[in-house]
Ligand binder design. Structure first.
Ligand code: DGT
Ligand code: CA
Ligand code: CA
Length: 572
């Protein structure tokens, strides 16, 4: 059972307990545990198998630990089933829809017999929902909008596809006179690996004009909704883009609210409430005075609450608010901290460009060093290098280093880890390289034990410096390999090996929560683009985004260090 499924059960229980009018502390405990489990780097199922660490999960006490054990070992939870039996069928489904609270869900169920989202959609169509609640059509329409959004959310779009589309829209709109502060918010700004929809925020002298320009963009295929200050469209590729505009002086609260995450906002709102304040996209309102203060910047918004500015990538409702209170959030790595790329391919193997072209493209990006890491001959790898060719390449790189100024090339290889964990190049060749990256490219279906042993064996080689794309997943295409990552992290930390955050948008591997855990365990990390052409060097920003979501500072990432330090690591 996956952690997301476990978290869903706990969230359902919280909803049902709330519906029952149970003690809010109990409800909150379940919500908190659900959130923690959703972000847990280790599978609960595995923790149970290894015995007992469950109570280290925030919000999980003895009783809940027992329930989790039952759930993941049998796939069922008696307590949950009995609780569900107290309510009409389909209640949990209704509660999943934003805008439907417990009371509404109960009435929809008991008075209209609604059991599913399809039922609800037809009831709205027949006007029954508007009638039941004596709602205006608007609220009922809004529900319909939420349903459609929910459906669309099943098809999340990888950030690597969404970001270029968004940037194109931003550059088309930015020149409009009187339009300012145009910025993506939502999951895209938080740099989640996939996004449900795009939320753009801005401020305008004349919002109506800006909205008109937005819906008239050539990228727009369909206009879902259009008002005087906001609009929702579908652009080519099926992505939904919402634009909201407010007056300039309210930009801070607008951006803060719609950046989310929802969990972060809820936690922030609860804290505000204890301070006698109500937070919204319009500003901060004193509960006693009824006066609303406006905020032109997010910094000012957070400061008013007594908090350090929280970088968007950290706003996931974990510990960021508690740490912001103590002014102790990490200073996250920035793209400009990166001093070189340690994983690139050239036309010697399956890359497009020459070593020299890659070197000058790297120099243009301000890099001090670049590791050339073409594939080994391995099985199934396009045009991998055999020993002979690799020796020639080492000689050529030596020659180039004599000629090139400002950037240092490192001779390397991305050596294939064979099915038994042995490496695809002889020791004698590996020992002549400055840097050796090991990676899996075949036999990905091995079971967990075998795969873990295979990777640990590769990491055991004194020549290997880095394990690349450790889980081998391809976003939306290939599931990660089955491997005991915790064991890999521990071995890497003990053996002084680095793990890669592969920045290729189709990989993003390690991913955010794994980066978080690896860093916690003191594992050295690198960000590699795996570039197969000069343009791919720009993937670096995706890797930096993942590192930021893993709470990494520059010091955690080897290729932000000066060359001497990188060389010291490689020689150690
Ligand atoms: P997505 O689109 O699924 O990738 O994820 P987000 O985070 O972009 O979510 P979205 O587009 O539904 O909403 C954008 C932000 O608006 C969200 O991150 C926080 C805020 N927001 C939306 N609904 C709620 C809500 O019910 N309560 C609170 N406090 N904030 C919300
Ligand atoms: Ca969104
Ligand atoms: Ca949205």
């Amino acid at each position: 059972m996956k952690n997301t499924a476990v978290a869903k059960v706990l969230q359902d229980i919280a909803d049902l307990l709330e519906l029952k009018g149970e003690n809010p502390f109990k409800v909150r405990a379940y919500q908190r545990a659900a959130r923690a489990i959703e972000h847990l780097p280790t599978e609960v199922e595995r923790m149970v198998r290894n015995g007992g660490e469950l109570e280290n999960i925030p919000g999980v006490g003895q009783a809940l630990a027992k329930k989790l054990t039952e759930l993941v070992s049998t796939g069922r939870l008696d307590y949950y089933e009995r609780l569900q039996a107290e309510f009409p069928e389909g209640i949990s489904t209704l509660l999943d829809i934003p805008g439907i609270g417990p009371k509404t869900a109960m009435r929809l169920s008991s008075e209209l017999g609604i059991k599913s989202i399809d039922d609800l959609e037809s009831a709205i169509g027949e006007g029954k929902v508007a009638f039941l609640f004596r709602l205006g059509e608007r609220t009922s329409d809004n529900l319909l909008h939420q349903i459609q959004a929910l459906r669309r959310k099943d098809q999340r779009i990888p950030i690597g596809e969404a970001l270029p589309v968004v940037e194109e829209i931003l550059s088309a709109l930015r020149p409009l006179p009187g339009l300012r502060n145009l910025t993506p918010a939502g999951s895209l700004r938080r740099f989640r690996e996939s996004v449900g929809d795009i939320d753009l925020m801005g401020t305008a002298d004349d919002a109506g004009k800006a909205i008109e320009a937005f819906v008239d963009l050539p990228q727009v295929k369909e206009v879902l909704a259009r008002g005087s200050t906001k609009a929702s469209v579908i652009v080519s590729g099926g992505l939904q883009v919402d634009l909201r505009l407010v007056e300039h002086e309210r930009f801070g609260s607008l951006l803060q609210y719609f950046t989310g995450s929802k969990q972060h906002n809820i936690a922030l709102g609860e804290r505000g409430h204890r301070q006698g304040l109500k937070l919204s996209e319009y500003g901060i309102t004193g509960l006693a005075s009824g006066q609303t203060e406006t905020f032109a910047s997010e910094e000012a918004f957070y400061h008013r609450l007594g908090l350090q500015f929280v970088p968007p990538e950290l706003r996931e409702g974990q510990q960021e608010i508690a740490l912001a209170e103590q002014d102790s959030l990490p200073g996250l790595i920035e793209v400009t901290d990166v001093k070189g790329d340690l994983h690139v391919h050239t036309s010697w193997s399956d890359g497009r460009d020459s070593i020299e072209a890659m070197a000058s493209a790297a120099a243009v990006r301000g890099y001090r060093y670049l590791a050339i890491t073409d594939h080994s001959a391995g099985r199934g790898i396009a045009r991998g290098l055999n020993e002979e060719r690799l020796r020639q390449q080492i000689a050529e790189i030596r020659e180039l280093n004599r000629r090139l100024a400002g950037i240092r090339l490192l001779s390397g290889a991305e050596v294939d880890i064979r099915a038994d964990g042995s490496l695809d190049l002889p020791e004698e060749v590996l020992s002549q390289l400055d840097i050796v990256i090991a990676a899996i490219h075949s036999a990905m279906g091995q079971d967990r034990e075998k795969m873990t042993r295979r990777i640990l064996r590769a990491l055991d080689s004194p020549h290997v410096d880095i394990l690349a794309h450790p889980t081998c997943r391809l976003l939306g295409e290939r599931e990660p390999i089955m491997v005991d990552l915790e064991a890999v992290f521990l071995a890497a930390a003990a053996g002084g090996k680095a793990l890669e955050i592969n920045a290729m948008p189709s990989r993003l591997d390690l991913k955010d929560i794994h980066v978080f855990r690896a860093r916690e365990l003191g594992v050295k990390l690198i960000i590699g683009t795996d570039a197969h052409s000069t343009g791919h060097l720009d993937f670096m920003r995706f890797g930096v985004g993942v590192a930021r979501r893993g709470w990494c500072e520059a010091e955690h990432i080897l290729n932000t260090r000066p060359l001497a330090e990188v060389e010291a690591f490689l020689h150690s």
